[in-house]
Design a protein around this ligand. Structure first.
Ligand code: ING
Length: 329
């Protein structure tokens, strides 16, 4: 039983006083398709071009998509052991020879970035990974995707596969980092659909959450959702932002990639839940917004004052159960 301090209503109820501003100009670096044969060096050139464009617009941080260095290879079932056939899609060092130019250019321009890629560890573990790199080129954050969607075995009935559960292991949790003058959290793609993602990050102080995604517009288990992909994308990130008093950047690799039409619609969302900027194309595109991280306090210190209003003592089922347990008759 979690002991919760007594109610805080004794605290004086006064209008929220604005905090000193903490401005940060952020960008989403959306990617169009990456073909299976596009060399890493070519993709890195595209990322550098987006980073330079963001820098010209004053950005100090740019978020790149999930698996931003390669095509979304989990759409294919590859016979035999994944370790034997798919290694070319994984990074064994970061930065490596192909990605070092991105780090070098970022340091030259003083722009930090978040980058999603497939990670193969020295001891043979595979993750859908995202890193946070500060403006001096230091990797300050390292996140491995927690919620792996799709399936593990070949399902030939599908137009294309979604084998993340075959090609990646689950990450072991969410973390936040002090960087860029605030508290930054990261999540990846399917993570954005689960409210726990935002709440666990916000309970660790997150003020800005960076989320890369690759989302096919066709959802094989229920195609009735296909026309709602854009709505669901905005819905979950806007809700997550508002309910946790956070800025959220959702950044896509979109367009028709190896025959699979994928959602673009990258956007930057404020703690009000309002969309502050959104991409208009399904190609490489940069959007930037000068945000004020101090504005998060308007929500975190009023409506969503966790310490004052949350009731963890009644939230037990959220961590005690995995699936739903309906009431007995
Ligand atoms: N992609 C998807 C996502 O959650 C998916 C999985 C595909 C959901 C299609 C809905 C429709 O956005 C990843 N990579 O998690």
């Amino acid at each position: 039983m979690t002991s919760v301090p007594l109610d805080h209503d004794a605290a004086a109820a006064t209008a929220h006083q604005d905090r000193p501003p903490r401005h940060l100009t952020v960008a989403a670096g959306q990617l169009g398709p990456i073909s299976a044969t596009e060399p890493r060096e070519s993709v890195v050139d595209r990322l550098i071009h987006l980073l330079e464009q963001a820098h010209r617009a004053g950005a100090e941080l740019i978020a790149f998509p999930e698996l931003a260095l390669t095509t979304f290879f989990p759409r294919w079932y590859v016979e035999g052991d994944p370790a034997l056939n798919l290694d070319s899609f994984y990074e064994t060092e970061m930065p490596g020879p192909a990605t070092r130019p991105l780090f070098d250019r970022a340091v030259e321009l003083g722009v930090g970035f978040a980058l999603g890629y497939a990670e193969l560890t020295p001891d043979g573990h595979r993750y859908n990974t995202q890193i946070l790199v500060e403006r001096d080129g230091t990797i300050v954050g390292h996140y491995r995707k927690v919620h792996l969607p799709g399936h593990r075995e070949h399902e030939p009935w599908r137009e294309f596969q979604h084998l993340e559960r075959r090609y990646f292991e689950k990450g072991d949790g969410f973390a936040t980092w002090n960087a860029f003058g605030g508290v930054i959290g990261m999540a990846t793609c399917n993570d954005r659909r689960w409210p726990e993602t935002y709440r666990v990050l916000a309970l660790q102080g997150a003020e800005l959450i960076l989320i890369g995604y690759n989302t096919p517009k066709h959802y094989a288990p229920d195609p009735s959702q296909n026309p709602l992909q854009g709505f669901h994308n905005r819905l979950v990130m806007q809700a997550g932002a508002y309910q946790n008093g956070c800025y959220v950047i959702g950044v896509a690799k979109g367009g028709v990639e190896e025959g699979v039409d994928s959602l673009a619609e990258s956007c930057i969302i404020g703690p009000s839940g309002m969309i502050l900027a959104e991409c208009r194309t399904e190609a490489d595109e940069v959007i930037t917004v000068e945000i004020d991280l101090a504005v998060t306090a308007k929500y975190k210190e009023t409506l969503f004052d966790f310490e004052r209003y949350r009731r963890p003592e009644v939230y037990g089922p959220i961590t005690a159960q995995r699936g739903a347990i309906p009431p007995k008759d």
